[in-house]
Design a protein around this ligand. Structure first.
Ligand SMILES: Nc1ncnc2c1ncn2[C@@H]1O[C@H](COP(=O)(O)OP(=O)(O)O)[C@@H](O)[C@H]1O
Ligand SMILES: Nc1ccn([C@@H]2O[C@H](COP(=O)(O)OP(=O)(O)O)[C@@H](O)[C@H]2O)c(=O)n1
Length: 219
């Protein structure tokens, strides 16, 4: 186990993990790990390679060969900029199916552990506090009502020019959360020692402040 300080942020889709994690990381001068991006990249790579979504071995092989490049906020996969492509709803849906495959999770584990570098790391995802960084001194489980989360994702998608339907989005989000919660391997759930943060009626700034306050007393 390394002794690099790590803050984990887990929670359901569009609960604000990435936004809060990035701001907390910036404030503390820590690195930031968007573990969901790795699962999304593996999924996009599998879709591009034409691997059958039911072929666990094929999906695992793709994840094992993955070597994404993170450069100035852009993500390159075999030379191609996939920053936006991995955020589509199609990829979101497919990702939660790929993420149930134990081999895929195993393949991405080391990649995630290696993100813990000095002076510290803020990691967001589904199993950061339970599986990948169980030694983290501060674990946060972020939630918000399904409707509020769907509205946030709707605004996010339409702001970048994608068409979206709020009812469909709500249904998709709930289905994805259910799949993430019910899978056998590394299901979405708060770590036993996680702090719960419900942002249904809380702005980004307040949520960031709460995490930073907890961090000052966590070690
Ligand atoms: N507390 C909050 N209040 C209002 N909007 C939020 C809040 N947290 C996040 N958002 C917005 O909701 C959207 C989804 O947040 P994001 O960080 O991408 O969620 P996640 O990483 O959990 O999927 C973003 O557009 C973000 O700006
Ligand atoms: N640590 C993680 C992170 C993401 N995932 C999977 O990847 C999907 C996309 O994760 P994400 O964090 O990018 O999704 P959003 O919360 O941004 O919608 C999730 O629905 C999970 O199925 C996972 O299984 N474990």
């Amino acid at each position: 186990m390394n002794t690099i300080p790590v803050i984990t942020l887990d929670g359901p889709a569009a609960s604000g993990k990435g936004t809060v994690a990035e701001l907390v990381a910036r404030e503390l001068g820590f690195h930031y790990l968007d573990s969901g991006a790795l699962y999304r990249i593996a999924t996009l790579a599998a879709l591009k390679a034409g691997v059958d979504p039911a072929d666990s071995e094929g999906l695992t092989a793709v994840a094992e060969k993955l070597s994404p490049v993170f450069e100035n906020g852009r993500i390159l996969l075999e030379g191609e900029d996939v920053t936006l492509a991995i955020r589509s709803e199609e990829v979101s849906r497919a990702t939660s199916k790929v993420a149930v495959v134990p081999g895929v999770r195993r393949a991405l584990f080391d990649l995630q552990r290696r993100a813990a570098r000095a002076p510290g790391l803020v990691a967001d995802g589904r199993d950061m506090g339970t599986v990948v960084f169980p030694e983290a001194p501060l674990k946060v489980f972020l939630t918000a009502s399904a409707r509020v989360r769907a509205e946030r994702r709707y605004k996010q998608l339409t702001a970048r020019g994608e068409t979206a339907d709020l009812d469909l989005l709500t249904k998709d989000l709930e289905e994805r959360d259910r799949r993430d919660r019910e899978r056998a391997e590394a299901p979405l759930k708060p770590a036993a020692d996680a702090r719960l943060l419900d942002t249904t009626e809380m702005g980004i700034e307040e949520a960031v402040k709460k995490v930073l306050d907890w961090w000052t007393t966590a070690r």
